[in-house]
Every structure is written in structure tokens, then in C-alpha cells.
Design a protein around this ligand. Structure first.
Ligand code: SAM
Ligand code: SF4
Length: 451
């Protein structure tokens, strides 16, 4: 049996395994967490603590067929302006609950397309946020930027508001692929966006690209990665295209017969991965690459890499508060998710209550499993001494847990008294290995966290 067949039997080509940006994953959240608990958790933040904020903007001017993000198309500014009012009201409600002296560790605007806000709206939104949690010298403010939906005036507004990190969506530079995924974006427009972002002093630029797209071949992904490398991004997210047309209806427009096979997907990932490594990038976790000087790479070397809803991070704040429809907050006590639909979120805020509709309260077992999964996703290894020290589990109980997983993976993992490690050849199995520590999701599908 060849290696791919062996790994295939162990679940390698199972597209339904979560990416574990949280544990438990969002499909397991329950309505037991509502606005009252959310408020309690906010009030429990220590005075003077650093917190992080995520702002979700669920609108786009264009609706790309491949996209599985929660967003809606709009050509008019009216719904965006109304949504900004909701966000400002939500921020004002937060201000009433937040303990004194909190400051911003990280601020991230995602979507959707946050850059469809006008320059004045951007200034207004950052002003409202800074009024409740000021920036410090080390605050990182990152924004997801669609190169098709940005101009000099909006970049000026973002730079003036303190943006020092940016993330652009590329996906692929090949024209036939772009046509088949309903996202046209010439190299020139992407190059322009990169140059203009850099000209404003942004320190870290991330680009998202995808493997596993229709018509993608090794030759084509090689060309796209080379074009991307010519732009010198500090970080790259190389995501596997998640084809979930039963959830993301727009994907029904994508020719599924032109999608690569699971084996071809693996070889596309591997081709792109080698190019990034040859170019001197460090491999970060399962799907990121970063230049050596970039914060993610530094954090990885120092063992400080973490996983959150935005993927990999070096943020050390204990609390991440999600603002806007569908956003998820993370507290030491658990997760709280806002109403997913924009209408329901807005209605709740207008009525003067948070829209928290689902979530999860951590048990001690959740904390242990969350750390085991995070350690695998970030470091490809579980340090037995760290886990027994931090989670009150006996060495024998942990050894039994790790041993059972190692046994399932038939010699592909290395297990000794120091813990469990995933050797480089078995890294494509990382999510499947993590799933074996998931007490909720072993039989569940991870689609809602597929991207
Ligand atoms: C909110 S979107 C990007 C921001 C901005 N709207 C843009 O289009 O440039 C975030 C990223 O999610 C990724 N994404 C969206 N749909 C995906 C899918 N079906 N599978 C994998 N990744 C996906 C894309 O790489 C995309 O750049
Ligand atoms: S990829 Fe970006 S612009 Fe396209 S639909 Fe998704 S969020 Fe909107």
C-alpha cells in the first residue's frame, strides 16, 4: 500500500473534519449562553486588562461564487450605514459593562468586506472603539481588504485610524480558475493594493490563497504562487477550498466536475508548500506561511503560537469580544455567539440587549481537550509535562489518552514520555488526529468551521 493510500485510510481525505479554530467547534454551541451570561463575563474582565475585539461586517459589493463566508451582497450604502449605527450602539452597550482601564490588544475587522465602509464610516467606527478601549503602542489593528473594493481615500482613513496589519484576498491569479469561481481579479489590481497598503506603513501584509479550486493544476498553482511571491507578503494563508454547496448556495455555480480529486488536492498543497519553503518562509501550523521576522513566525519559535477564530495568532489577551452579526466572543469561562442573521442582531441591539444567542460554558474537560487540540494545531506536539502541570490530569491518565490516539494512527505518530508528536510526513493528518481528542465532534461534521 502506498503512503497516500495508508494515510487515506486514516481519514486524510475526509473533507468534513473541522479546522478547530475553537473547541468545541461552533456547531456544538447551545442556546444556554445568552445576553445575561455574556454581560457577566464582560463584567468579570479584570480592570486594566488587555482585550481583543473582532468586528464583523457582513456585506460585500460582489458575491464570489466560491465564498462560504457569512455575508450578503449590497450595492447601496443604506444597509451599511444602518449596520454601522447598530455597531455603534453595541459598542456603547459594551462600554457600560466593561471594567475600567481596559485597553486594546488586537482589533480585527473581517467579513464580508469591511473595506466597503466609506472613509468617514471607518473613522467613526474606530473612534467609537478607541473611546471604550484605547490603543497602546503594541496594539495590532488588522483589516481584511478586498483589492477590488479599496481606494486611496479608504486606505488613508484606515492608516489614520491606526491600521498596521492588512490581509488581502487573492485566491488564485489564473484567469480560467477565477472565471470558474466567480472572482475576477487581475494581478495589476492586487499589485496596486499591495503597494498602496505598504506605502502607508503597514507592517505585516497577509494574503489568502486557495488550493483545491476547479481547473487548478500543479503548473497553475506554481505560477500563482510565484506571482504571489513577487508581491513579498509577510504572511500567506494557504486554505483548502471547502466545497459545501448545500450550505453556501452560490457554490452551486462552481463546476464540481472540474474540482481536483482528494489526492490531487494534497499534491497541490504540497507544491505550493514547497515553493513557500524554498523562498524562505516558515511553515506555521497547518495552513500558514510567514517570513522569519513576522510575528507569527517569532511566536512559533518561542512556543507562543495560539489558535483563535481568525486562525493563527500571537495574541496573549484572554478575552476576545466579537461585535456584529454572527461574531463569536471567547472568555476564560466559555464562548458566546451573536445572532447569526443581521436582522436578528440589529433587532436585539435596537431593543437595548446583546444579541448573544448561543455559546458554550467550559468544563475542566473542555479546557484540557481545547489545549491538546490547540497544541497539535500550533506545534504538532503535545508536551506531557505542560499538560499534567496545567490541567490537573495524572501522568497515567494522559498517557492512556495519548496512547489510544497513537495506536489508532498505526505508528504514524511518535509517542514517548515527553508526549505525542506528529512527524512531518504525517502532518496532513493533523486535523484528523485533533478530532480524536474532540469529545463532541468525532461523529459530527465540521462544515460550519470548514473555512
Ligand atoms: C472574508 S473573506 C476575504 C475578505 C475580502 N472580502 C476578500 O474577498 O478579499 C476571507 C477568506 O476566506 C477564504 N474563503 C472564503 N470561502 C472559502 C471556501 N469556500 N473555502 C476556503 N476558504 C474560503 C478566502 O481565502 C477569503 O480570502
Ligand atoms: S470572498 Fe470576500 S468579496 Fe467575495 S463574497 Fe467572500 S467575503 Fe465577499
Amino acid at each position: 500500500m502506498d503512503t497516500q493510500t495508508k494515510l487515506g485510510r486514516l481519514g486524510l481525505f475526509d473533507a468534513k473534519v473541522p479546522r478547530y479554530t475553537s473547541y468545541p467547534t461552533a456547531p456544538h454551541f447551545k442556546p444556554t449562553v445568552g445576553p445575561d451570561l455574556f454581560s457577566d463575563w464582560i463584567r468579570a474582565i479584570p480592570e486594566g486588562a488587555g482585550i481583543s475585539l473582532y468586528v464583523h461586517v457582513p456585506f460585500c459589493r460582489r458575491l464570489c461564487w466560491f465564498c462560504a463566508c457569512r455575508t450578503q451582497g449590497t450595492q447601496s450604502d443604506a444597509p451599511v450605514a444602518a449596520y454601522l449605527e447598530t455597531l455603534k450602539a453595541e459598542i456603547a452597550m459594551l462600554a457600560l459593562e466593561l471594567p475600567a482601564g481596559v485597553y486594546l490588544s488586537r482589533l480585527h475587522w473581517g467579513g464580508g468586506t469591511p473595506t466597503l465602509l466609506s472613509p468617514a464610516m471607518m473613522t467613526e467606527l474606530t473612534g467609537a472603539i478607541r473611546a471604550i478601549a484605547p490603543f497602546t503602542e503594541t496594539t495590532e489593528f488588522s483589516v481584511e481588504i478586498d483589492p477590488n473594493e479599496i481606494d486611496g481615500a479608504r486606505l488613508d482613513a484606515l492608516a489614520a485610524a491606526g491600521m498596521n496589519r492588512a490581509s488581502i484576498g487573492v485566491q488564485d491569479f489564473d484567469e480560467e480558475i477565477q472565471k470558474s469561481i466567480g472572482r475576477m481579479q487581475g494581478y495589476d489590481i492586487t499589485r496596486w493594493a499591495v503597494d498602496e497598503i505598504r506605502a502607508r506603513g503597514v507592517q505585516s501584509l497577509n494574503a489568502d490563497i486557495l488550493y483545491g479550486l476547479p481547473h487548478q493544476t500543479r503548473a497553475r498553482i506554481t505560477e500563482s504562487v510565484q506571482k504571489l511571491l513577487s508581491l513579498n507578503p509577510d504572511r500567506v494563508a494557504l486554505y483548502g477550498y471547502a466545497h459545501v454547496p448545500w450550505m453556501a448556495k452560490r457554490q452551486q455555480l462552481i463546476p464540481s466536475d472540474a474540482l481536483p480529486t482528494p489526492q490531487e488536492r494534497l499534491s497541490l498543497f504540497d507544491t505550493a508548500r514547497r515553493l513557500f519553503l524554498w523562498d524562505g518562509y516558515d511553515e506555521i501550523g497547518i495552513d500558514h506561511f510567514a517570513s522569519r521576522a513576522d510575528g507569527l513566525s517569532v511566536a512559533q519559535r518561542a512556543g507562543r503560537l495560539r489558535r483563535n477564530f481568525q486562525g493563527y495568532t500571537d495574541d496573549t489577551a484572554e478575552v476576545l469580544i466579537g461585535l456584529g452579526a454572527s461574531s463569536i466572543s471567547r472568555f476564560p469561562q466559555g464562548y458566546a455567539q451573536n445572532a447569526p442573521a443581521t436582522g436578528a442582531h440589529t433587532a436585539a441591539i435596537r431593543a437595548g440587549r446583546f444579541s448573544t444567542s448561543r455559546g458554550h460554558v467550559f468544563s475542566q474537560d473542555d479546557r484540557l481537550r481545547a489545549r491538546l487540540i490547540e497544541a497539535l494545531m500550533c506545534d504538532f506536539r503535545i508536551d506531557a509535562a505542560e499538560i499534567t502541570r496545567d490541567f490537573g490530569i495524572s501522568p497515567a491518565a494522559l498517557e492512556a489518552m495519548l496512547g489510544a490516539v497513537a495506536k489508532h494512527f498505526e505508528g504514524h505518530l511518535s509517542l514517548d514520555e515527553k508526549g505525542l508528536a506528529i512527524p512531518v510526513e504525517a502532518r496532513p493528518l493533523t486535523r484528523m488526529i485533533a478530532r480524536h481528542f474532540d469529545a463532541y465532534g468525532m461523529n459530527a461534521e465540521g462544515h460550519s468551521s470548514a473555512i
